[in-house]
Write a protein that binds this ligand. Structure first.
Ligand code: NAD
Length: 335
């Protein structure tokens, strides 16, 4: 297939070129993000390949359909940036990579927990200034702490398994409890109980209307004083201004983010020479007890290989007119 790949970085090209030796698709690697202003770049292609911050709302999809784009290959698991109903109506197939390395995201999640707890970000800066004082670096044992996991699908399960190894007590909330986690001792509870009983809360559910701003002022008020909050899932699960108030008041003692609601204008770019215009994001960076990474939780060699392989296999399956297990439709979402 002739594929226009949007939001391409050098590392995408490296992994896709290598995997494509087997598939032989013709891929144009475009740096531009897909928005309504860049759909013209998809002219003369059959498929577009997109990532987390490309925008595929109804208007963009109509434009793509007019340019004879018949397939959208997401090179990620989440599909909240695609209007699936509009794609269905236009007859555009949407495929994704449901699992590439849940371990990559889970390990980064636990990495954020440990870095915040033991203040490794601050220790790193201090030691480079020959400051070996320990004041302000006091942490806590993970063993025995209660961790609340919201969403126990592939990534949430891996997080639970890692934290089980640390000796944490695990609470979870998910409309579809995971039986193997129950066997491991994970206790499924109501969201309000998870909020009020957890020392650490970590988000691993998808972004949907029901989960939008699942962490807001009312949720924060239920939490323990000094709670640690981690979000490596999707930015809009968290109401950032409410979280900032929680940090200012001390209710939230630690915040680790790999995703941010307005990350589309920030992440994946080197903005070190620019003035950041997003004051909410800039405020986040001023707190000593906040660590933000720029949507890198997925970014391991294993995950990148798997993303490239599955994306190209998805495109080949569609090209052959065969049913694709990784297709996302309105019926799939309802199920
Ligand atoms: P998954 O589909 O395997 O699991 C999601 C789980 O969330 C499911 O068990 C589902 O039942 C549960 N869920 C749905 N609604 C819920 C609700 N209201 N409350 C609690 N749980 C709910 O997905 P996954 O592979 O584990 O990925 C989880 C999320 O991680 C993705 O949606 C994506 O947004 C994010 N992600 C982030 C990165 C990154 O690099 N930061 C990489 C991959 C995925």
């Amino acid at each position: 297939m002739h594929v226009a790949m949007f939001s391409t970085k050098g590392y995408d090209k490296t992994f896709f070129e290598s995997a494509n030796e087997k598939y032989g698709h013709e891929i144009a690697y475009l740096e531009a993000r897909l928005t309504k202003d860049t759909t013209s770049l998809a002219e003369n292609y059959q498929a577009v390949c997109v990532f987390v911050n490309d925008i595929l709302d109804a208007e963009v999809l109509r434009n793509l359909s007019g340019k004879k784009i018949s397939s959208i290959a997401l090179r990620c698991a989440g599909f909240n940036n695609v209007d699936i109903k509009a794609a269905d109506e236009l007859g555009i197939k949407v495929v994704r990579v449901p699992a590439y390395s849940p371990h990559a995201v889970a390990e980064h999640t636990v990495g954020l927990m440990l870095a915040l707890n033991r203040k490794i970000h601050r220790a790193y800066a201090r030691v480079r200034e020959a400051n070996f004082a320990l004041e302000g670096l006091l942490g806590f044992d993970m063993r025995g702490k209660t961790v609340g996991i919201i969403g126990t699908g592939k990534i949430g399960q891996c997080v639970a398994e890692l934290l089980h190894g640390f000796g944490c007590k695990l609470l979870a909330h998910d409309p579809y409890p995971n039986e193997s986690l129950k066997d491991m001792g994970v206790e499924y509870v109501k969201l309000s109980e998870l909020f009020s009983s957890s020392d650490i809360i970590t988000l691993h559910c998808p972004l949907m209307p029901e989960t939008h701003h699942i962490i807001d002022d009312s949720a924060i008020r239920m939490m323990k004083e000094g709670v640690m909050l981690i979000n490596t899932s999707r930015g809009a699960l968290v109401d950032t201004p409410d979280v900032i108030e929680g940090l200012k008041g001390g209710k939230i003692g630690y915040l680790g983010l790999d995703v941010y609601e307005e990350e589309g204008d920030l992440f994946f770019e080197d903005l070190s020479e620019k003035v950041i215009q997003d004051d909410v994001f800039s405020r986040l960076l001023t707190f000593p007890n906040v660590i933000v990474t720029g949507h890198q939780a997925f970014f391991t060699v294993e995950a990148m290989k798997s993303i490239a392989e599955t994306t190209l296999a998805n495109i080949s399956t569609i090209e052959k007119g065969e049913p694709c297990d990784n297709e996302v439709t309105v019926d799939f979402i309802k199920s």
